[in-house]
Design a protein around this ligand. Structure first.
Ligand SMILES: Nc1ncnc2c1ncn2[C@@H]1O[C@H](COP(=O)(O)OP(=O)(O)O)[C@@H](O)[C@H]1O
Ligand SMILES: [Mg+2]
Length: 316
C-alpha cells in the first residue's frame, strides 16, 4: 500500500507514545490534504487542554471550527457527544432534557464501562459522513487501546440496540480499507518496545484493524559513511584530553553517529517485529531554525516532508 493511499484514507487513527509527534503528524497530514482540496477535519479526543491550539493557533470546542480553507478542527468531548446522541435517538426533546437533568445519568455513565468511548466513537463516525477525511489525534498508546476496544465489548453486550448497531458500524469502518492506523514513535529502544507492544495489543483486541503504518519521527537520516565512522574512531583515539575544543567537535560527530545507529536499529526492529508494516521515517526538524515559529512551523515543515516522501515514492 502506498503512502499516498494511506495518508488519503477516510479515517486516520494516530496513536503512539506521548510526546512522539502524534499531534504534529495529525496536523501536518491535515494541512497537506486540505491544500489538495479535500475537506478535512483534525479531531482531538476529549482533551481538557486542547492539543490542537499549538499547531493551529485556535482552541477548538465540540463544534468544528475552520482554521484554513478546507480545514476544520474539533475536540470530541464525550458529554456533548452524549447530548447529540440522545437528541438523535430519543424523539422528544423534553425527555432528553429530563434524562440529562437527572443525576442518575451521571451514575449510569460512571457505572457503564465504555459509555463515554461509545459516544466519542459514534461522533467520529458521524464526522466521516460529513468530511472527505477525518484525522484523529488519538490519546497515547494504552489509553487508545482502551477506547478502540470498546465497540467489540458493546457489540457483545448490547447486540441489537442502538448502541450495538452503532458499534457494529464503527467496527465495519475500522475493518475496511477506508481506515488507516498510524503508530508514531522515536528511534529509542524503550519507545520502539512500546510501539511493538501497542500493535500486539491492538491486533488482539481489535482484530478488524489492518497492519499499521509505522512512523519513526525525529529520525536521523544516515549521512556518515563507514569510513567516516572509522575516521571518527581513529580521531577520538588520537586526540589528547587537553584539547577541549577538538574533543567537543568529536563529541558532536559521535553524537550524530549514535543517532544514526539508533535510527537504523529502530527501523530494522520495527520492520521485523511489526510484521508486514509499512515503516516511514521523518527527520528531526529545527536545525534550520525551524523552531522559530513554534509548533505551527514544525507542522509546516513536517507537511513538506510528507509531500516529499510521497513524491519520492511516486518516482520509485
Ligand atoms: N520531527 C520533529 N522534529 C522536531 N520536533 C518535533 C518533530 N515532531 C514533533 N516535534 C515537536 O515535539 C513536540 C511533541 O510533539 P507532539 O506532536 O505534541 O507529540 P504528541 O502529540 O505525540 O504528544 C512538539 O513540541 C513538536 O513541535
Ligand atoms: Mg499530542
Amino acid at each position: 500500500v502506498s503512502l499516498h493511499d494511506l495518508f488519503g484514507r477516510k479515517l486516520l487513527l494516530i496513536t503512539g507514545k506521548g510526546g512522539t509527534g502524534k499531534t504534529t503528524l495529525a496536523a501536518a497530514i491535515g494541512r497537506l490534504q486540505a491544500e489538495r482540496g479535500r475537506r478535512v477535519i483534525v479531531v482531538e479526543v476529549d482533551n481538557f487542554q486542547s492539543a490542537l491550539t499549538g499547531p493551529f493557533g485556535r482552541t477548538p470546542g465540540y463544534q468544528p471550527i475552520t482554521v484554513a480553507p478546507n480545514l476544520d478542527i474539533c475536540n470530541v468531548t464525550w458529554k456533548e457527544a452524549l447530548i447529540e446522541w440522545l437528541e438523535s435517538t430519543v424523539p422528544a426533546q423534553r425527555i432528553v432534557r429530563m434524562i440529562l437533568g437527572n443525576k442518575t445519568v451521571q451514575t449510569f455513565l460512571d457505572a457503564t464501562p465504555g459509555a463515554r468511548e461509545t459516544m466519542v466513537l459514534s461522533r467520529i463516525l458521524t464526522l466521516t459522513e460529513q468530511y472527505d477525511q477525518v484525522i484523529v489525534d488519538m490519546p497515547a498508546s494504552g489509553h487508545a487501546v482502551s477506547i478502540l476496544r470498546v465497540p467489540h465489548v458493546a457489540v457483545n453486550l448490547m447486540g441489537s440496540g442502538p448502541v450495538g448497531q452503532r458499534s457494529r458500524a464503527v467496527l465495519s469502518l475500522f475493518g475496511s480499507d477506508r481506515t488507516a492506523l498510524l503508530i508514531v514513535g522515536l528511534p529509542e529502544e524503550m519507545v520502539v518496545n512500546e510501539m511493538v507492544e501497542l500493535w500486539e495489543k491492538l491486533h488482539v483486541e481489535v482484530p478488524e484493524l489492518r497492519t499499521p503504518l509505522v512512523v519513526l519521527n525525529r529520525a536521523a537520516i544516515p549521512t556518515l559513511t563507514e569510513s567516516e565512522r572509522e575516521l571518527l574512531e581513529r580521531l577520538e583515539a588520537a586526540t589528547p584530553a587537553d584539547r577541549p575544543l577538538a574533543r567537543e567537535l568529536l563529541q558532536a560527530g559521535r553524537w550524530e553517529a549514535g543517532l544514526e545507529a539508533s535510527t537504523a536499529e529502530a527501523l530494522s526492529r520495527l520492520k521485523l517485529e511489526i510484521q508486514g508494516a509499512e515503516v516511514v521515517s521523518f527527520p528531526r526538524l529545527g536545525s534550520l531554525g525551524g523552531f522559530e515559529g513554534g509548533p505551527a512551523q514544525v507542522v509546516r515543515q513536517l507537511a513538506a516532508a510528507l509531500a516529499r516522501q510521497e513524491l519520492a515514492e511516486s518516482r520509485a
